[in-house]
Structure formats: C-alpha cells, structure tokens
Design a protein around this ligand. Sequence first.
Ligand SMILES: Cc1ncc(COP(=O)(O)O)c(C=O)c1O
Length: 406
Amino acid sequence: MESGSHPVDGSDPIPYAAQSITESDIEFVKKALTSPSITRGKWVESFESAIATECGAPHAIAVSNGTVALYLAMLALGAGPHTHAICPAVTFLATANAFLMCGSRLHYADVDPKSALIDTGKLEAQISGIRESHPHANIMLASVSFAGDARHLPEIDRICKKYGVIHIEDAAHSLGGTYKNLSSETFMSGSCKHSDAAILSFHPAKHITTGEGGMILVRDSAIARQVRRLRNHGFLGDDPRPAELEEPWAYCQIELGINAWMTDIQAALGLSQLSRLHSNLNRRRQLAAWYAERLAARPFSDSICVLPYDIHHAYHLALIQWKSSALRRLAYEHLHRKGIRVQIHYVPLYRQPLQRQRAVSCAPLPGAESYYAGCMSLPLYPSISDAAFDRVMDSLHDFCARQTSG
Ligand SMILES: Cc1ncc(COP(=O)(O)O)c(C=O)c1O
C-alpha cells in the first residue's frame, strides 16, 4: 500500500498533486540512516549518477531544493548585477527569484496563451532588442518546460546561440519528458543538449520526491566543478592551495559559496523513487489521455479547452483552459466546495508587488494575460484512484452541464 494514495470514494479532499511513498522507499531510507555517513556520502553520489544517466546529461549535482539549484546554476554560469536575465512571465516565483538573488536585471518573456511555454517569436525580438542596446552584455535566459512540456527547447537554443545568450532549462516540471528537433531526433528534458544547464526539483508535487531537494545538470565539467564548489562554502578538497594553507587539515576557500547539500537520507529516498519514474510516468500519461479524450466532448467542450494528448509530455500538471475568467472563478469555487483542490499555475510574475519593484518592466503581457485568465490544473498524480478520478470528472460534468443548459 502506498502512503500518499488518495480516497477511493467519500468526501475526502482530492489534491492537485501528491507524493507516493512505498515500503521500498522506507527500506532505502532506513539503510541510509544506518550508513556511516548520513550526509555528503555515497547515497548522494549514487543519486547524482542515476539522475545524470536518466536525463542523459554529462554531470549532475544534488542540492537542497530546486530554487537553490537555479541560484547556483545561474551563479556558476556568471549571473550577476551586470546580467540581463530573462524568464517567462508565467512560472513559479523561484525562476525569477533566483535571478533577483544574483542581483540581475530581470525581464519577463511573454508566453503562448495555450501552453504557457515561452513564445519563441516574441522572445527573438526581445533578445535582439536587448542585444542591440547592450552589445557586450551578459544575457541569460531561464526557460521553463512548463507542466512537463519541453518541445520549445531546440528553437530556444537556436535563438540563444544566435545572440550569445546563456540558457538554463528550468526542468522542475519535466523529469522524464522528451522532445524532438526539426530532424525528428528525440532528446530528454534535462539532458543539456539544447541548454548550458538544467535544474530539477524533488518537491513532493513533482515526479519523484526527496521531501525537499533539487539537482543541477550541466554539460561542461569546469561549470560542474564550480557548482560543486558553490554548494560547499566555496571550497573543494582538491583545489590548489597557497603555502600558508599547506597543513593536512586546512581547506582553501576561493569563492563565496553556501551549504546547499542534499542529505544521504534524501538521496536514498530519491534513488528508490527514481526506480518507479517510468511506471509513474505511464500512469500520468494514461490519466492525461483520459482527461484529453473526455474533456474534448460536450458538455465539457462548451466551457473548456484542452490541449491534445502528447506522448512526449511528462504531465506534471493537467492543464485546462476555461473559456472565460468568470467561468474559471465559478468552476474553481464549485470544485473546491466538492473537495477537489484544483490549482492555478501561475499568477503572472509582474502582478507580484516585489517583482514590480525589481523587474525592468512590469507591463502586462498579452499571452500571459490570456493564459492566466482561463488556466486551471486538475488533479494528476500516479496514486490517484480511478474512483477519485471519476469524482473529479463527475463534479466537472455537473458544473459544465449546468453552464450549457443555463
Ligand atoms: C518551475 C519551477 N521552478 C523551480 C521550482 C523550485 O523548486 P523547489 O520547490 O524545489 O525549490 C519550482 C517549484 O515548484 C517550480 O515549479
């Protein structure tokens, strides 16, 4: 029996996301707890190499959460106060906050109103404008493979290469997702084949969890070393030392770093969870296919738009679009009254008071406004029972049928 499973029937709340913890996860954690080291040890190393293999990335460095992963990846790639940083206007606060923590000048990119992926046509115009006014500036982009959808990476990579922009894929939503290039070759989200670095989050709502946790994936070995140093207070045991630090116990700090380690207890949980990634992805894809098929018919289709099912998508979120913001508000209230805790991902960043103080421009963006007006995330997680899924569909049906008839 998995804990984190959700109700078969009755009126228990149904969340939009939930972790699944098995007996095998608990056994792995017990083993880590009785290992000689419970942090900075072998479990972290094994989890890093398992994630690097899974994503097809050359290097993986485990850290304490996805936000810290973004922050350290940005620092290692040179983000600072001189950097013009770009992130989508629709993403979790973390993507923008990490750039702000680096002191960078933040610009928001507009998004596609259906998928919330960066609108690549607008992005090229935005980047070429920044490049024209700042020919030698350091420009860095954090794209987001939103909800599990990484299909825009080859086009983003083309734009970034053309204008000399450093690119980090925020793959917090897309572990296990794939995408194709124009020659129909398939790549993994997080592989760094179309980015300089990528990050993952292991928050309990994500594909696999370590409680809290994150991973930085990078292509370049010198950058990987830099990330490891930043994770460890700015020193590594084998960095060259000056003569005054030659004692065997001495360490030599050459950077300003922090303690961003993941513990071995968390890494053991992550390793055990990773063994179920593909079976869980299959379940996520099955649920997403059901939503796409059923919601395309009346009465749902009178009120809701849903993107067609896509086998490459990692389905962290089951996104739908209501046909108006008023309808979305009524539906949100109706579903919450029924105990179905749908979520809204996300309020555009430029609406946040703090972001308004810090970003270069906080003018509303048309794609982000249109996406935000109708977006909603329906419950989607591997341990949802068929009965709970039916309860979601029945509640949506009641609501949509009432809209159609009245
Ligand atoms: C797109 C995105 N990026 C980054 C993060 C940050 O991850 P964490 O919660 O592990 O810090 C999240 C978390 O939800 C996210 O959704």
